[in-house]
Write a protein that binds this ligand. Structure first.
Ligand SMILES: Cc1cc2nc3c(=O)[nH]c(=O)nc-3n(C[C@H](O)[C@H](O)[C@H](O)COP(=O)(O)OP(=O)(O)OC[C@H]3O[C@@H](n4cnc5c(N)ncnc54)[C@H](O)[C@@H]3O)c2cc1C
Length: 450
């Protein structure tokens, strides 16, 4: 099934052992083995809950291994900050807690501003973020430039958060998965959930391609597929996909420790000595039936971001119109047909990123690009996630729609999802992340700080 010109290569992932026989029942079933599902599984297993996680392809084969690896408070939507603070605390201890290398380092994150207006916006954000206990500093241009030796361009100033960090997406998910398994979670790769089983108006199990698993609660952590999974149980989640492309360089002594964004390119030092490089200035949105279905809900977000979004009409429209249907119990589903969303990166975007990078930081000129890849970012109309029970289906919980920043917040999201699903009081207030907000409030708040 080739809707997005799929390329075989994502970033390389180690093989994870899969659990053997699918159980007849468990307390909680999780759909999706990205950072959200895996973090939830680890939290539940640590608490002694019997949990089984089902991933249609390989663990972390979609967004969670393809991202930039930024663990970021800087410039976040203020409503996410309490959850991100919780997540930051978990990241700080995650290498020790999992017993595996996640690549996490408290390197700091810096955003360089090209204009004084941007500096002023950063200042407003830093003042507001201080109320949430986030310490970010507005710096002058020289201080930002000092973080990127050899920078050839002028910057007006910038925003820096020392507590922010970076991690290795190709290591961190596997570290969390291994820790979850060590605590007793059963993790099944190559095992799609076709549909959620419902009895007497409440969640009663999941129908996997290897049979029915009965359970008391389900956590839907299906990334870009969550919309379809929820449609299968009659719930509406407005969610669209944005294609975002990344390249990684060979090792280079550039001397840049923090993750840095210069708007036309952004870079993160990797444990292997290379850099992951990308841009948030361009993402590609394929027009698909959902673009029309959710046109009105997404219009304000599209208008706010239209400088950065390239709309494309291609074969994805037809592929989704013909084949992307919620699964049913007794038939091979779309989730089995598309084991891994692995779109081809946008060559024009990456060529420009490479050029801008080499011009601004000549140390990168001539450094080979070792690999490039792309991922499909699952976005909501207000660019904050859904972490919520589905009101119309007791026992069905959702953690999805992280809109391009779910890697950093993932461990915290896993903790509160585990609390929600077991009836405990979540550590942070989740009111802003309720699924009902889309139906209830047609004027959704969209915060843009960066
Ligand atoms: C290019 C790019 C750069 C990014 N950079 C950053 C960054 O620097 N920092 C940051 O914080 N975030 C970043 N993000 C966002 C971050 O990667 C995501 O928000 C996060 O990984 C989402 O995790 P997830 O578990 O919800 O989804 P995913 O990782 O997409 O996982 C969902 C999983 O569910 C599985 N699944 C779906 N349906 C079924 C089914 N029916 N049965 C079984 N399994 C199913 C899928 O196969 C998939 O593996 C970036 C994303 C991209 C694409």
């Amino acid at each position: 099934m080739r809707a997005y010109g799929e390329s075989a290569d994502g970033p390389p992932l180690a093989r994870l052992p899969s659990s053997d026989a699918v159980p007849e029942r468990c307390d909680i079933a999780i759909i999706g083995g990205g950072i959200i599902g895996l973090s939830t599984a680890r939290e539940l297993a640590r608490a002694g809950v019997s949990v089984a996680l089902f991933e249609k392809g390989e663990m972390a084969g979609e967004q969670s291994s393809r991202n930039w690896g930024w663990v970021r408070r800087t410039g976040r939507d203020l409503r996410e900050l309490p959850l991100m603070q919780l997540s930051g605390d978990i990241w700080d201890g995650l290498n020790a807690a999992t017993g595996h290398e996640t690549g996490y380092r408290r390197s700091g994150i810096a955003y360089a501003a090209r204009s004084l207006a941007a500096v002023e916006r950063y200042r407003r954000w830093a003042t507001a973020a201080a109320d949430y206990g986030v310490e970010s500093t507005v710096l002058d241009g020289a201080s930002i430039a000092a973080m990127a030796p050899g920078l050839t361009r002028e910057v007006a100033g910038g925003l820096f958060t020392a507590a922010d960090g970076r991690a290795e997406p190709q290591l961190a998910n596997h570290a969390i998965a291994r820790a979850a398994a060590a605590h007793g979670a059963r993790l099944f790769g190559n095992c799609a959930v076709r549909t959620i089983d419902v009895s007497a108006g409440r969640t009663s199990g999941v129908v996997t391609e290897r049979g029915l698993v009965r359970c008391g609660a389900v956590v839907v952590a299906g990334g870009a597929w969550s919309r379809l999974l929820l449609q299968g149980v009659g719930a509406t989640l407005p969610q669209l996909k944005l294609l975002s492309s990344v390249l990684r360089t060979a090792p280079v002594e550039a001397g840049i420790e923090p993750c840095m964004s210069f708007s036309d390119f952004a870079l993160r030092r990797r444990l292997d000595g290379g850099y992951s490089v990308a841009t948030s200035a361009v993402s590609v949105s394929q027009i698909v039936p959902d673009s029309l279905r959710f046109f009105r809900t997404f219009l304000p977000a599209y208008l706010a971001e239209r400088q950065n979004i390239r709309l494309r009409l291609g074969r994805a429209f037809l592929a989704e119109a013909l084949d992307w249907r919620p699964g049913v119990a007794d038939r091979t589903s779309i989730y089995e047909a598309v084991r891994r969303l692995s779109p081809r990166p946008d060559a024009a975007t990456l060529t420009k990123v490479q050029k801008d990078l080499a011009k601004a930081l000549p140390v990168f000129a001539g450094v080979p690009v070792v690999q490039s890849w792309a991922g499909m970012i699952d976005s909501t109309p207000d660019a904050i996630p859904v972490i919520s029970e589905v009101a119309s289906l007791p026992g069905c919980f959702v953690g999805t729609g992280f809109s391009g920043h779910g890697f950093g917040i993932g461990p915290g999201a896993g903790r509160v999802l585990a609390q929600l699903a077991t009836g405990a009081t979540p550590t942070v207030d989740l009111a802003a992340f309720d699924l009902n907000r889309f139906a209830a409030d047609p004027k959704l708040e969209l915060q843009q700080w960066l």
